[in-house]
Ligand binder design. Sequence first.
Ligand code: 3PG
Length: 338
Amino acid sequence: MEIRDDVREGFEKKLRKEPTCVFSDEIKIYKKMKVLVATEKPFAKVAVDGIREVVEKNGYELALLEKYTDVNDLYKAVADADALIVRSDKVTKEVIDHAKNLKIVVRAGAGYDNLDLEACTARGIVAMNTPGQNSNAVAELVMGLLVYTVRNFYNGKSGSELMGKKLGILAFGNVGRNVARIAKGFGMDVYAYDAFMTADQINATGMATAVANQEALFETCDIVSLHIPATAETKQSINYNLVGKMHKGGILVNSARKEVIDEAGLLKLMAERTDLKYITDIMPDADADFKAFEGRYFATPKKMGAQTEEANINAGIAAANQIADFFKTGNKKFQVNK
Ligand code: 3PG
């Protein structure tokens, strides 16, 4: 599109000094962008204040939709949003269909299985995550859950210690590495497997000993901590046969996604193997059935891994900055629908 320089300059002076969004030298947008934060599980207030500061400093407007229970409220709120920040909120094709102005959606967190990437791509909407920003929070929760478990859920009876125990980390990304770092402080013997890393790469971190495959991880370790995303390959991959490889007294801890567990298989195994424990930060669909295994099962009432002020600030402000950077410079570094 050819725009005469004097015409463009005139518009720039008349409307705003700075464009709010620069797609190219020719295409600049001067309207006040609207950034919607839609969080069914809200960020801490201090994080929302930080997001607002970034949004307003860049000349945009912030809209907040928190603790919504009706998806129609989300449909209404996205109708005029140019950018969207979410947590585990489902951004379905229907949400995208209602968001006629949407240009970017950022999942403030690591796992983006809640975003319909196909629907985003079909509309030319950039989808991003904020990798690493909440990983320490999740890792600390994992270790807290483990202490709680080996001390018999603090029931007053004699428990056991983590020191000297073998901890297996399945997927050695940001969260897995933070778990390894803290577990080393506990004096644990840390092992890891990651389908996207070689054994040499894992060993070179100096944080864990690589094992050949996930079966070996379950065979070797007293405790296995899951850090795999929910993908077509991983869904229901943690099953009867795999967990059944753990030796007596094995503990499975899940701070990843409920979808990676074959719940029917795990229920069957726990009924047969009365020594195994399952501890999770994501309540299974079959929570009521798992509850039958008293003293061997615990689920947090709501996913709490990333629910700290620090993680909310890190992930929320990173999301706001990524949006501003995308609008101002076109930076798509954290795009996940390439
Ligand atoms: C993530 O993928 O970043 C974590 O699971 C955190 O999810 P949450 O923002 O819904 O707590």
